[in-house]
Write a protein that binds this ligand. Sequence first.
Ligand code: BGC
Length: 245
Amino acid sequence: MQILGIDIGGSGIKGAPVNVETGELTAERYRIETPSPSTPELVTDAVAELAKHFEWTGPIGCTFPGVVRDGLTWTAANVDTGWIGLDAHRLVQRKTNCPVLVINDADAAGIAEMHFGAGRHQGGTVIMITLGTGIGSAIFLNGHLLPNAELGHLQIRGKDAEHRASARIREEKALSWKRWGALVNEYFQYVEFLFSPNLFIVGGGVSKKYDKFFPYIDVRAELVPALLRNDAGIVGAAYAARDLV
Ligand code: BGC
């Protein structure tokens, strides 16, 4: 069964059809620059353009970089505030004429890793953390997701964690791996203190350079890089939308 997965990110909106039995993309990814401002109208137009590119008429799973409950988007830390309280599910459905599921981006990435990547066959508490423009999180207990965990907004030293330790901060402040690694370490130690997970899975573009900063992270839990890298959001959103079929 194939479902179109779409990942709305800070810089790009990416999509591809996914074989949800294997987690593989069945066509090359297509990417559109995230519009600026990232208003619901402009972003959902881009989502519709993506669906059109694949001549898609079937179900779509679509990520959003904020809280999503029952199809409504509730926060917008890194996108236009017009998304707050919006019926995103209905808007995307109207623009694409396809059945749609909207899901938090980190939850989608976590689902992909749990089914096809670094979290396969992992019981106990697993926490996926994505280090990107913001910090995303997904918590699993014996494979079951607790949605919208929002651990990127934990307060550390009086500041939002994602304003201290996201990948964007490393780039903007041109921090060395060691300096940034120390900030990331403080963050992971705090999350570990709160949840004592068995496993941390670290995603986001920077996770492909995990060997540069993992040495600075000192936690008791096992710590592994995500395996699906850039495709995790696409694959997880498509997988989560299976029930639409
Ligand atoms: C948002 C999360 C999102 C994360 C990664 C945070 O600012 O609040 O919902 O998962 O960024 O995009």
